[in-house]
Design a protein around this ligand. Structure first.
Ligand code: F6P
Length: 320
């Protein structure tokens, strides 16, 4: 193998740049040439790609987002789009591909490999931490830190005004961001799609908290569990409390990656290059119990990554 390509696809995640840097420098270290593909699979279809060198990734280790840009390409989902992408693969002499992204990105990579035989290795990059085969995805830790920072600020206002705050966080169908940030931020209740909840019970808990002198509360709602606005209204109606709702939205995704995300990104990116050099394909690199491992893409695509129930129970006990 002489020349490999790298792209980022799906929602941007902090640490993607650290991963691109690792892929590029590790490849060059081993004498490979590297092609950067812009805007995810869109760049593949449109031939928006070009050579990268050591300098292309200088000074990006601490920057959020992705210098290669990202997209969710509709055209790559069609046979015609993938045929165009293959033409460009041949034109640019790409012999292997590193795809940094989430489940949808891996589905595309897997299909492309099956149709055209180009070796692909996936690197999990999404704030949602919803990919099987890895304990953590790149960007999750930074996003959780972003949410905790927001909780800290909102708590100042919640305490000062003796209010109840409902904070809606991202995560698509996963409650991992809400759970981790809720435990780290001391949320009074955490609503996640993986565990059924009852708003009346949450209200009763709030009321008993007030009785014993609690002055404010923070409820974390994962977007996949419910709408924060709806939950806020129901709490207001049931308790009569001054209840405010904050939807954190895209404030969660960006920002300089945490040290954890940078290290994870470096290790996963380097491993992806090693796997391509060893002739592997249709694998995803991940971290399990601190070790860098590889799983078959077919084993991780479409599989939900379970939440940590022990953590959920602990958060409940500590938020009494
Ligand atoms: O997958 C990452 C994510 O941020 C989800 O948590 C969220 O549901 C979605 O992307 C938002 O997508 P967009 O940025 O396209 O609105």
């Amino acid at each position: 193998m002489q020349r490999i390509g790298v792209l980022t696809s799906g929602g941007d995640a902090s640490g993607m740049n650290s991963c691109i840097r690792a892929v590029v420098r590790k490849a060059i270290y081993h004498g490979l040439e590297i092609i950067g593909i812009n805007r995810g699979y869109s760049g593949f279809v449109d031939a928006d790609m070009g050579p990268m060198n050591l300098g292309s990734v200088a000074d990006i280790i601490g920057r959020g987002g992705t210098i290669l840009h990202t997209a969710r390409s509709k055209r790559f989902q069609t046979k015609e789009g993938r045929a165009l992408a293959f033409e460009n693969v041949q034109r640019f002499g790409v012999q292997g591909l590193v795809v940094i992204g989430g489940d949808g990105s891996f589905t595309g990579a897997n299909l492309f490999q099956q149709e055209y035989g180009i070796p692909v290795i996936g690197v999990p990059g999404t704030i949602d931490n919803d990919i099987a085969g890895t304990d953590y995805t790149i960007g999750f830790d930074t996003a959780v830190n972003n949410v905790v920072e927001a909780i800290n600020k909102i708590r100042d206002t919640a305490t000062s005004h003796e209010r109840t705050f409902v904070i809606e966080v991202m995560g698509r169908n996963s409650g991992n961001i809400a759970l981790a940030a809720g435990l780290a931020g001391g949320a009074e209740s955490i609503l996640i799609p993986e565990i059924p909840f009852n708003v009346e019970d949450i209200c009763k808990k709030l009321l008993s908290g007030i009785k014993r002198g609690k002055l404010h509360s923070v409820i974390l709602v994962a977007e996949g569990a419910a709408s924060g606005i709806e939950i806020g209204q129901r709490i207001k109606d049931f308790t009569g409390f001054d209840t405010k709702v904050t939807i954190l939205g895209h404030l969660q995704r960006g920002g300089s990656p945490s040290a954890f995300d940078r290290i994870l990104a470096a290790r996963l990116g380097a491993k992806a290059v090693e796997l391509l050099m060893a002739g592997e394909t249709n694998k995803m690199v991940g971290m399990k119990a601190g070790e860098i491992v590889a799983s078959d893409l077919s084993e991780v695509i479409g599989k939900a990554s379970p939440i940590n129930k022990e953590m959920y129970e602990l958060a409940k006990i500590l938020s009494i």
